[in-house]
Design a binder for this molecule. Structure first.
Ligand SMILES: [Zn+2]
Length: 309
């Protein structure tokens, strides 16, 4: 059961986002050139990581649009290239690059923030968003100095706001752990939605629970989640052929992936599921977590949590 919760929430949110995308000119943007410069990795330490980097490269080569090197947790990159720009109605500028380390808002997880720099320009990214059909990521924001012409033809440096990345990754990872703990407590409810923003994160499940169980659930979940945090369990990320991913994530619906695709699967606290979000390196990074309340409406159970004692 644990393998499907975050995945289902992820898919759910992404489907909602596809419907909400308001841009009409995506078709014109799908024919962008492929990345030509070599990626810069920051964490190639040993054979196992190199293997995963190779798998990441293979996985990225299968994906359309912007190549998303954040998938191994990277927060900085050199050598990105500007492919296109869009001037939005509100005056903001959207930059489309050949590759990125910015996490696009989605899967119930907020956008990364940060800067894109060239020799004589700096662009402040206040929203990164991905068109799910084309895979193209927009970096929306404004220039603190310089302008679009200073980016054209330049090798761009991308720097993610690491403090915010860690905070958002922690909130999202806590959702994974909540899921793991629901299973450990014997509540195998089907997940339907995840909301991992700072202003009241929660996970929703399809199904009902007795009033007695609902009343004691926050206390039990809080205790179980803190137990997992103290165990300092390392997060694992793999890119696997679909069949292997399905074996690890037996309840997950992988029909969206082609048979030849490498699927990114993530285990936070040992619970494997397909996920495109950002995560803590180990559970201890989460600090104190509290499950604050449950809400039952029709056949939906919402479990809310916060990242504090
Ligand atoms: Zn995740």
């Amino acid at each position: 059961m644990s393998s499907s919760v975050s995945a289902s929430a992820y898919r759910c949110m992404r489907l909602i986002e596809i419907e909400q995308q308001g841009y009409s000119d995506w078709n014109a943007l799908t024919q962008i050139p492929q990345a030509s410069s070599s990626p810069v990795f920051s964490r190639v330490d040993d054979v196992e990581e190199k293997t995963e980097k190779n798998n990441l490269e293979q996985s990225l080569s299968q994906q359309p649009g912007t190549k998303k090197y954040l998938l191994m947790g990277d927060v900085a990159m050199d050598g990105a290239r500007l492919l296109d720009t869009i001037i939005l109605e509100n005056g903001d500028i959207s930059l489309i690059l050949d590759k990125t380390v910015f996490h696009p808002q989605g899967g119930g997880q907020p956008t990364d923030l940060g800067v894109i720099r060239a020799a004589s320009a700096e662009f402040m990214v206040k929203m990164s968003k991905e068109d799910r059909t084309t895979g193209i990521v927009q970096h929306i924001g404004s220039f603190s100095y310089g302008g679009i012409e200073d980016l054209r033809g330049s090798s761009l440096r991308l720097l993610v706001d690491v403090t915010r990345r860690k905070e958002m990754a922690a909130i999202h990872s806590a959702g994974h752990i909540l899921d793991v703990c629901m299973v450990r407590l014997g509540f195998a409810l089907k997940p339907t939605k995840g909301y991992h923003f700072p202003d009241g994160p929660y996970v929703e499940y399809e199904g009902t629970m007795s009033p007695e169980d609902r009343e004691t659930l926050p206390r039990k979940l809080t205790a179980k989640m803190r137990e997992i945090v103290s165990e300092n369990i390392a997060t694992e990320i793999r890119f696997l052929p679909k069949a292997e991913a399905q074996t690890l994530c037996s309840d997950a619906d992988l029909t969206m992936f082609s048979e030849r695709a490498l699927v990114r699967v993530v285990a936070v606290a040992g619970g494997w599921c397909p996920c495109g979000g950002t995560h803590v390196g180990s559970t201890e990074e989460l600090g104190p977590i509290s499950v604050t309340r449950t809400r039952s409406k029709k056949k939906t159970l919402r479990v809310s949590y916060e990242m504090s004692a």
